[in-house]
Design a binder for this molecule. Sequence first.
Ligand code: ZN
Length: 633
Amino acid sequence: MGHLCNRGFALKTTNAMLLVFLIVIASLPAGFSSNEAATTQTITVRTVPLTIKIVLIGFDAQTIDQDYLTWRGNAVQNSVNNVLSTGNITGVSYDLTYDFVYTKAEFQDSLVNYLKSIEQKKLMYNPWFKSITSNYFYDAEKVESWFAANNASYGGFPTSGYTFVFANLTSLPSVTEQQLESENPSSATPHYYATKYVDKDLDYQIRYRDFSVGWGGRNRLWYLDMAAGPEFWTWTSPEAVPHIPMQIAIDLYRFNLHSLYGKQWLTQFLSDYIYDAVLNLAVPVFVYQPVYSRTYRIVVNIIDNRTEKERTAVAIESTIHPELIKEAYTDILPYSEIQVETHFIEASAKPDLQSVIIENTVTPPSDLALGRYVDTRPIYRYLQEHLSEFAGTVKRDSNEVTLPVFAFAFSAGIYFGYTYKWYVATLKLDENNFLGISLGDLALIGMSQIDFKRGDNVSPPQPGKGIGFTQAIIHEAGHSLGLMHPHQFGYLEDFVSSAMSYWAWEYKFSQFDKDAINRAHADQLINSATTTLAEAQDVLNSRMALGSVGDQMASAKTLVDKALGKYGSMQYTLAVEIAVRAAQTASNALTLALATPSWVVMVLAALILGIVVGSVLIFMALRKYDEKTAQRR
Ligand SMILES: [Zn+2]
């Protein structure tokens, strides 16, 4: 029985480029970041208030120290938004206010009743136990919808903020310490939130997606059931401290939650989970600086370096659905035009590139247990140097942001590998994996014929089914757009309906992703409008204001305020649309201001005019005098 295994690590190269290098061993896309020129824009930090509503279900208020929970050492109070690849700040600092709601027993009862109504008991293989267990499943999406539909019961969603639900539902079938210690795992009765993901290119159903313990992302809501699990995900991900169900943690240390220390412990325990959710979902960091643009042009080059037999077995055209890429980006960037270009290239049609691939394909000695790999770095260099040949003019400004993606179809058993010093990060032949990397200027994805036919090699088999490029392209281009993984600060938040999650085989972005990007674009435009207005004011201080400059400046200011108003009520796409006009109007005002003459010029002009007029008058007066004297003569 194959099992999922997922590793990642961070590396730093010597050439001053930051590489957050993630390799995913499993059916997962990955990304690492590298160079990006530091932006030298003047940025004034704006404080943005956000409310974090924490809804607690199945917790006794007597066992939690409210004051201690929101203490600076336990809760994020302020978060300066930044960009990992540059270390730059985006220009906002989030000021977080916590709102705690302890739900009543009736609310928990109605939730448990609902869960019971959708419960599915299945005796099946559980990847945490690596054995068959008696699992109780609840549809994760339905549960999220239930929480959203019943938001009035916990005081509604915040006007500006997020709702995180922490439930302790031991009244559902849950694991006990005895079950975990038992020799017979089939007696274990864990409960989970089930998701279902099927690859939209080649129909392969992603395995083990029934075993989640939390969910969210369609709404500005995320829930975690602390009695659910144990889940395999945090145990097979590079998580420092994998997750265990709360009742097991309490049993493990024999804590009495009603004792002084017990209360303190539970408060700290809960605060650690809240901390991760806030950083991963509410105020995420960016991997690259998000750039607002009227147009985003995603240029996908699919480079096919497979044998003729393999090309016949799986048509390259079936490995991608460009319309799904367009849909995902139209959804997250509704105010911009999305263009998706797909080019299918047989590697033999680009002999130079094919030589680079062949020269850098390595077959390591068998005792190293490494698969055959194509070294990524030389390919990256080649593509960087020939970028315009594949992607035309690559831009990153307000008219166009180009997102070049290179997807390689390799022969069975060949993957991308990346060297670091003596180490080769690669993927084993028999694990059917692929690797994706976002480098900021371009993204690389490598998949092998084995992935396209993955269903033939798993147990139970999914004959003729496989994995295509679309999901990985949406994920990697998402990094190029600026988005980081939702598991940056802890893997539990990977249980979210986002294309940036490794767990979810999603073709869309979560509400958290959309908010993050739209907010960053609004911030950029509002900052640009305010800076330009200040500049225009500066110019006008030494010049004579014409009526129209003042009008333009006033209307830009009004638009900035209007954009901030929409931003304040989380209508971020509207905020962007208004901020675009604010930035344009401010820029018009500056142009007009620069065209008006300065006070010095005006005074000089007035003086010159005065002298000229004065001279004429004197001259005429003299003439008159002369005439009079002449007459007298
Ligand atoms: Zn990634």
